[in-house]
Design a protein around this ligand. Structure first.
Ligand SMILES: [Zn+2]
Ligand SMILES: [Zn+2]
Length: 370
């Protein structure tokens, strides 16, 4: 297939003329755009990494305002809509379609059909495909105006704000992922970095642009692929937590084990939607609270962990270290509890004593006995 880059507006005019001809008229809905909050006030913001398998869909709620970044695959549209309804979403202040791949924009048409939408942001790169055409049709039917943001554009969102930081470059050839819209989301002192499927070239441009990329939470780019998540980028972001939006047994081998190992070596805590279901992080402006739909490796158990950035979770007390089993991986230097999210599928079980003798250190995520 030949992929061409041309101005979005031109493409829209063409496709919309056709749609108008076929549909013979369109409904007109009012634009429920945002109200500015006039500076930061201590308030809560929740960031939901919805489990849509090998795809992205992120819901952000703060006060009365709501944003959805991507909507999963075509088949996920209904699930995303029902997740949003469960969270009490009535309207979306903003929608971001990071880039025109199905696993990001596929379900957005159903979301747009279902909710009232304020502003919709799309990247200025067009990849003609069925998902994209369905999205444009839904946008047109609601008479929404597409915005193509550029780095530096800033919008308020409840008690916080978000700033577009990518794509910095104008021409990445046919590498669609590099055109991903990326944002830095801030609530008080808490910072989230959400940059879609940006690959190494776009990451490099973000680093070189001089923007302060430092964040508490980083969504790994492109589902944890090695074509993204370069050392230089992760060093610049310097996250405490990483979220990987990825499907179980996906055919791409995402997330890459080398990336996961690198994060663990840097003591970055990992939350994965394939192992934990939906990951919900709530910011009160200073502290982050983590909720996952299930514990890694378990079904239908709700886990809630409060993490204060200066304090660690309470450590479980050890009984007799000879009898206590802990778990290690082939490459790690830490030992873990059996349900630690850092562990891969088949960890080795050893005695706590042996782990200590062999120089393993306790994992800071699961706080195993010492
Ligand atoms: Zn992509
Ligand atoms: Zn993707």
């Amino acid at each position: 297939m030949v992929i061409k880059k041309f101005k979005l507006s031109f493409f829209i005019v063409c496709i919309l003329s056709l749609i108008m001809f076929l549909a013979g008229g369109c409904s007109l809905l009012s634009d429920k755009s945002t109200q500015t909050t006039g500076g930061f006030t201590q308030g809560s913001m929740s960031v939901h990494f919805i489990d849509v398998g090998q795809a992205d869909s992120i819901l952000i709620q703060s006060g009365e305002e709501t944003m959805l970044i991507d909507g999963g695959n075509n088949a996920d549209g209904e699930a995303v809509v029902s997740y949003l309804k469960k969270q009490g979403v009535k309207e979306l202040t903003y929608i971001i379609g990071t880039h025109p791949h199905e696993d990001h924009i596929g379900g957005l048409d159903e979301v747009i059909n279902e909710f009232s939408v304020g502003k919709i942001f799309l990247t200025d790169f067009v990849l003609p495909n069925v998902s994209f055409e369905r999205l444009l049709l839904a946008i047109r039917e609601k008479d929404l105006q597409i915005l193509n943001p550029v780095p530096g554009d800033e919008y308020s969102l409840g008690s916080g704000k978000f700033t577009f930081i990518a794509p910095v470059g104008k021409d990445y050839g046919n590498k669609v992922n590099n055109y991903s819209l990326g944002i830095k989301l801030e609530n008080g002192t808490n910072v989230f970095l959400l940059t879609g499927d940006a690959e190494i070239e776009s990451e490099k441009d973000m680093v070189e642009s001089g923007i302060d990329l430092e964040a508490d939470v980083m969504k790994l780019n492109h589902h944890g692929s090695t074509t993204s998540n370069s050392e230089a980028f992760i060093e610049a972001v310097d996250p405490i937590y990483a979220v990987i939006t990825v499907g179980t047994d996906n055919p791409y081998g995402h997330p890459s084990s080398s990336i996961v190992t690198r994060l663990l070596d840097e003591d970055i805590q990992i939350y994965r939607t394939d192992l934990m279901g939906a990951v919900v992080i709530t910011s009160d402006g200073t502290n982050l609270t983590f909720q996952t739909e299930k514990k890694a490796g378990e079904k239908s158990v709700r886990d809630e962990t409060v993490v204060n950035e200066t304090e660690e979770v309470t450590k479980p007390t050890a009984e007799s270290s000879e009898e206590i089993k802990v778990y290690i991986t082939e490459t790690g230097h830490k030992y873990h509890n059996v349900d630690c999210s850092y562990l891969k599928k088949a960890p080795d079980e050893i005695d706590l004593m042996e782990a200590l003798e062999r120089g393993y250190e306790p994992c800071s995520r699961c706080n195993p006995p010492q």
